[in-house]
Design a protein around this ligand. Structure first.
Ligand code: SF4
Length: 490
């Protein structure tokens, strides 16, 4: 029997025919998923399960149990036996396989619901529903609704989670029916592709749109680790314009090619080792810094489903800070830190501790102040009794990123970036995130978000230590960078 073409393969085929072909014929070439991808999958699973409460008491076709043939048979039997709601209802038509998140029997016919953890309707979701409709209508199931369920980012949680307010449902059947000709054309094209040789498709914008492709390690293996694709803030279409002209190395970019001054500096610096140190501008920046000096960094997590009162989906909720303090130029460096207990709303405790440590007229240094300022504003709105203190911190923030963002200090090791993760190893190589159990903010976020689910206390303790160590390095790195700026203007 011919293998099924699943809905997910159809969507991959829409993105790139080569991806579809490789999935079928050379699946071993798939790149291992990144940790951030796994966190997105986990969120999708959590949201999918929660959305079932909109149509409770359904019968579930267990994904992990049995063959697709068995699942299709189970679905048929459930329908024949009068089931009103089925989760993961499985169908096939013309060898295309679809598993429906929620299938519900309405007054006028069957209602098909696809659940997404995003906050809006996109073209790829319409294609997703279109192929499901193609399969179910091909099975002669009378369909009255084809809808997308997704997160309502305007919902603010107070008390019990209100599932009906948490989700939006958008009915799309008219659009989906219009799309059926397109689905049929695509399916016949994909069937031909699968029977032929691997399509000779070059890399392009499609490798990341709408999703990063699973075969990037394979298809992009000819691209050097540092190439035109690493030029910061260079438009993707311009990168491919260069690539299609055979230009991959920075050294091959024509001198008259249209680049911004920062991009040109990245290229020239890479080729000639050029270092920029604008002493006058750095001195002006340093003149705006005064003691006592507080180096502040927050860590946040962004649950799709709000956990704490007063928060909305995907709100950045602070759970940790590190604060390095220098009372005077010659004072001993001190560190204060806070890490909320996992799964508990300790924002007020975080505010109390933070505001008790920072006096009103202190100078506060952060790296990328937009982030810290936003967190402080949101906290002051949600905890108005601390507003004055929080906004005083907000007003006194100076952004240590500024001299690097303005390229007043630049070396080729920064690779066009002014992010701390590039600037620190470039200027203070002995102070590195390498080898740390938690080495970036994204990992810290995902780690904390699932920490309350870990039962092993020792493991939790170790992860908490890792989180503290990571955040502490962020503020210690700022201390070191400030020292570096002071040194270079001497
Ligand atoms: S990496 Fe790009 S070219 Fe290769 S299969 Fe994926 S989308 Fe197609």
């Amino acid at each position: 029997m011919k293998a099924y073409l699943s809905k997910s393969k159809f969507l991959k085929g829409l993105q790139c025919h080569k991806s579809l072909w490789l999935h079928k014929h050379e699946p071993e070439l798939v790149s291992p998923p990144e940790e951030s991808q796994q966190a997105i999958f986990d969120t999708g699973t959590e949201v999918g399960l929660l959305a079932r409460n909109l149509f409770p008491d359904g019968k579930e076709i267990i994904f992990k149990e049995g063959s697709f043939t068995k699942k299709i048979k189970q679905t048929r039997e459930l329908i024949e036996n009068g089931a009103e709601t089925i989760y993961e209802a499985t169908f096939t038509h013309n060898n295309v396989l679809a598993m429906v998140d929620i299938l519900h029997k309405g007054i006028r016919g069957w209602e098909l619901y696809e659940v997404k953890s995003s906050t809006g309707v996109t073209d790829i979701y319409i294609s997703d529903l279109s192929v499901q409709y193609y399969v179910l209508s091909g099975c002669e199931l009378p369909i009255s609704k084809t809808s997308l369920i997704y997160i309502n980012n305007q919902y603010v949680k107070y008390g019990e989670l209100n599932i009906k307010e948490l989700f939006c449902i958008t009915e799309l059947i008219n659009k989906i029916e219009e799309n059926q000709g397109f689905v049929e054309d695509q399916l016949s094209e994909m069937n031909e592709i699968l029977m032929g040789k691997c399509p000779g498709i070059d890399i392009g914008n499609h490798c990341d749109t709408p999703y990063p492709c699973d075969f990037k390690d394979h298809c992009w293996s000819h691209v050097p680790e540092y190439s035109i694709f690493n030029i910061k803030r260079l438009n993707t279409s311009k990168k491919f314009e260069l690539y299609y002209k055979g230009i991959l190395a920075l050294s091959d970019i024509p001198d008259d090619y249209d680049l911004s001054s920062g991009q040109r500096l990245q290229v020239v610096s890479e080729l000639t080792n050029k270092v920029v140190i604008n002493k006058k501008a750095i001195k002006e920046f340093l003149d705006g810094i005064y003691y006592p000096l507080y180096f502040l960094d927050f860590e946040t997590f962004m649950p799709a489903v709000p956990i704490f009162d007063g928060t909305h989906p995907y709100q950045q909720v602070p759970f940790q800070y590190s604060l390095h303090v220098l009372e005077s130029k010659s004072a001993e460096l001190k560190n204060y830190e806070f890490l909320a207990k996992e799964g508990i709303d300790q924002r007020e405790e975080l505010i109390k501790r933070l505001t008790s440590k920072i006096p009103d007229k202190a100078c506060i240094l952060t790296y990328n102040m937009t982030f810290e300022k936003r967190i402080l504003r949101e906290l002051s709105e949600q905890f108005p009794s601390y507003k004055d203190k929080l906004m005083s911190i907000h007003e006194n923030i100076v952004d240590l990123m500024a001299p690097f963002q303005k390229k007043d200090y630049y070396t080729k090791e920064m690779k066009g970036s002014y992010s701390l993760k590039f600037v620190l190893p470039a200027l203070v190589p002995e102070c590195s995130y390498e080898g740390m159990a938690i080495s970036d903010g994204g990992v810290a976020m995902n780690t904390y978000a699932t920490l309350h689910l870990i039962e092993d206390k020792k493991e939790v303790e170790q992860i908490r230590k890792d989180l503290l160590e990571y955040c502490k390095l962020d503020t210690f790195a700022m201390v070191k960078l400030l020292n570096k700026l002071e040194e270079v203007i001497k």
